[in-house]
Write a protein that binds this ligand. Structure first.
Ligand SMILES: [Zn+2]
Length: 148
């Protein structure tokens, strides 16, 4: 087996939504990861692990992580769910302020547990991405995991 490429140690799971993708490289660069991350972009992001739309979706995502890890010396996975994600029905699917975020934080923790169970060598970072429609901007905020 060829030695794994150690320049890339992080894989990111994000929604495919352009509003998130637009801000992702700059945020990752600020994390010291410019040009050094693998990316899986699929509708809902970490929803595909926590509450997949179809049975095979979770396995597909985990397989992507495993494939990337065969070639790159992955140490870390960043799981993202963003505000107003249409995979969850958008922000209108949630009632009181804060309810959407609380829901997505719980989804992220569940997604994190699934990764830890299947790929225990990976460090897991959970990230909620609020959208600011007025400024047409996305931000990325760490979410504390249940077992961290
Ligand atoms: Zn989305």
């Amino acid at each position: 087996m060829e030695p794994r490429d150690t320049r890339c140690r992080t894989i990111v799971l994000s929604c495919l939504d352009y509003r998130v993708i637009a801000g992702l490289p700059a945020w990752l660069a600020a994390q010291g990861l410019a040009g050094r991350f693998d990316l899986v972009a699929a509708a809902g992001g970490a929803k595909n692990l926590a509450s997949p739309r179809r049975g095979g979706d979770r396995d597909f995502i985990l397989e992507q992580f495993a494939i990337a890890g065969r070639f790159h010396a992955l140490e870390e996975v960043i799981l993202i769910i963003h505000e107003d994600c249409q995979a969850y029905g958008g922000r209108q699917a949630f009632g009181a302020p804060g309810q959407e975020r609380a829901h997505h934080e719980q989804e992220l923790r569940q997604a994190g547990e699934i990764v830890r169970a299947k790929l225990p060598h990976l460090r897991v970072r959970l990230v909620f991405a609020p959208l600011d429609p007025a400024a047409d901007a996305v931000s990325f905020e760490a979410v504390r995991g249940a077992t961290q």
